[in-house]
Design a binder for this molecule. Structure first.
Ligand SMILES: Cc1cc2nc3c(=O)[nH]c(=O)nc-3n(C[C@H](O)[C@H](O)[C@H](O)COP(=O)(O)OP(=O)(O)OC[C@H]3O[C@@H](n4cnc5c(N)ncnc54)[C@H](O)[C@@H]3O)c2cc1C
Length: 356
C-alpha cells in the first residue's frame, strides 16, 4: 500500500467491547475523534450472555446484547465511528512518529492507540461446549453463580481462580464439586484451605470432564477418573463452571507491547503501556477482575490519558482529516436511541458502518 492510501487518525481504539466503547465515548467527549476497530466480536464477550445483574444503573437484569447496543448508541451519539475490521499487525517502532496499524481491509497511522481486545476463556474443547455456553456452561462464577442458587454445580480447575470461584459458588449452590485432573491443588495454600473448610465443597481428584449431556441446556456431565479410568455420570449437575484460565487477545501486537507471563498487557495505573502514546484497557490487561464495570472504568481512564497525550503532542502531530465532534442535541439522541432499541428487539446490533 502506498503512503497516500494510509488513512490518518488521531486515536484508534482496537476492540469494540465495553472497554473500547467506553473509551470512545470519553475520547469523543474530550474533543478527540476516535475510530473504533470492532474486530471479530462487535460489542465484545458480553453479547454472548443472556443477562447481567451486576452492571450499575440497571436494577432489573439487562441482556448482554442490549447493554452493548446501548453503549454503541451512546458512542454514536457523539459521532464515534465504528468499523468492522480486525487488526492483523501493528508497527509501534520507536523510529516512527506515528503508530501503524494494518487491518484485514485498511492501513492506518494514528497519533495514539488504545488496545481493548479482551481475553477469551480457555475451553475444555468438548463437543457441545460451545452450544451449551450460557445454557449451563459458564466461564465466570462472579457473573453466573446467582443463577444456580440451591442447585449442585461443578467447577473445573485447580488454580487460584478455580479455588476462589468455588468458594464464591458455595455461597449460592447447594453443593460444589471441584473437578481437578491432578492429585494436588495448584492454587495458593490459603485458598486451598478455605475450600477444604467448606462443608458443601467436594474435590474430585484425578478427574476430568468427558462429556456434556443435554441438547439445548446442560442436564448432566460425564466424568472420568484418569487413574482408574472409571466413568461416572453426575446426573444432579446442570451447572458447569470452567476455570482453567483466560487467553488475552494480543497476537496482533507482535513484540511491541510488554505482557506478563500470562500474556496480559502490563499497564500502569493510568493505563499506559511500555510504548508512549499506546494505552490498554479492559480484560486484555486485567488478569484479576474481568467484569464489564471494571473494563468500562479502565477504558475511561485510557481515553482521558490518550486525549491528554494527543493534546500535549499536538504541535508535533500532523494535521488529521478528522471531522469535528458534534454531539447530537439531547432530544435527537434520545429519540434515535429509542428507535434503535426497537430495532434491537429484532436481534440486530445497530452499529453504523462508516464506509468511505
Ligand atoms: C458468558 C459471559 C458472561 C459474562 N457475564 C458477565 C456479567 O454478568 N457481568 C460482568 O460484569 N461481566 C461479565 N462477563 C465478563 C465481561 O463480558 C468482560 O469482562 C467484558 O466484556 C470485557 O470487556 P473488554 O472490552 O475488555 O473485552 P471484550 O468484551 O472481550 O471485547 C473485546 C473486543 O475486541 C475486539 N477484538 C479482538 N481482537 C481484535 C483484533 N485483532 N482487531 C480488532 N478488534 C479485536 C473484539 O471483537 C471485541 O469487540 C461475562 C463474560 C462472558 C463470556
Amino acid at each position: 500500500m502506498t503512503e497516500e492510501n494510509i488513512k490518518h487518525e488521531q486515536l484508534i481504539i482496537i476492540g469494540g467491547g465495553p472497554a473500547g466503547l467506553t473509551a470512545s465515548i470519553y475520547a469523543a467527549r474530550q474533543g478527540v475523534n476516535p475510530l473504533v476497530l470492532n474486530g471479530p466480536e462487535p460489542g465484545g464477550q458480553i453479547t454472548t450472555t443472556s443477562e447481567l445483574e451486576n452492571y450499575p444503573g440497571f436494577p432489573e437484569p439487562i441482556g448482554g446484547f442490549e447493554l452493548t447496543q446501548k453503549m454503541t448508541q451512546q458512542a454514536q451519539n457523539f459521532n464515534v465511528r465504528l468499523e468492522f475490521e480486525s487488526v492483523e499487525t501493528v508497527d509501534f517502532s520507536d523510529d516512527k512518529d506515528k503508530f501503524y496499524i494494518k487491518t484485514d481491509m485498511n492501513e492506518y497511522q494514528a497519533d495514539a492507540v488504545i488496545i481493548t481486545t479482551g481475553a477469551e476463556p480457555r475451553t475444555l474443547g468438548l463437543e457441545k461446549e460451545d452450544k451449551l455456553r450460557g445454557n449451563g456452561v459458564s466461564y465466570c462464577a462472579t457473573c453466573d453463580a446467582a443463577f444456580f442458587r440451591d442447585q449442585p454445580v461443578a467447577i473445573v480447575g485447580g488454580g487460584d481462580t478455580a479455588l476462589w470461584e468455588a468458594t464464591f459458588l458455595a455461597k449460592f449452590a447447594s453443593k460444589v464439586y471441584i473437578i481437578h485432573r491432578r492429585d494436588k491443588l495448584r492454587g495458593a495454600k490459603i485458598l486451598g484451605n478455605r475450600v477444604k473448610a467448606k462443608e458443601n465443597i467436594e474435590i474430585l481428584w484425578d478427574t476430568e470432564v468427558k462429556e456434556l449431556i443435554g441438547d439445548n441446556k446442560l442436564q448432566a456431565i460425564k466424568v472420568i477418573n484418569n487413574k482408574s479410568e472409571k466413568e461416572t455420570v453426575m446426573e444432579d449437575v446442570n451447572g458447569l463452571f470452567i476455570a482453567i484460565g483466560h487467553k488475552p487477545r494480543t497476537e496482533c501486537l507482535d513484540r511491541f507491547i510488554e505482557t506478563d507471563e500470562g500474556g496480559y498487557i502490563i499497564t500502569d495505573k493510568h493505563q499506559r503501556t511500555n510504548v508512549d502514546g499506546v494505552y490498554a484497557a479492559g480484560d486484555v490487561q486485567d488478569p484479576d477482575y474481568r467484569q464489564v464495570v471494571v473494563a468500562a472504568g479502565s477504558g475511561a481512564k485510557a481515553a482521558i490519558k490518550a486525549s491528554e497525550y494527543i493534546e500535549e503532542h499536538s504541535d508535533n502531530l500532523s494535521e488529521t482529516e478528522n471531522i469535528p465532534v458534534q454531539p447530537m442535541p439531547k432530544e435527537t439522541a434520545k429519540s434515535e436511541a429509542k428507535s434503535s432499541d426497537d430495532k434491537s428487539r429484532d436481534g440486530n446490533l445497530n452499529l453504523t458502518l462508516n464506509i468511505d
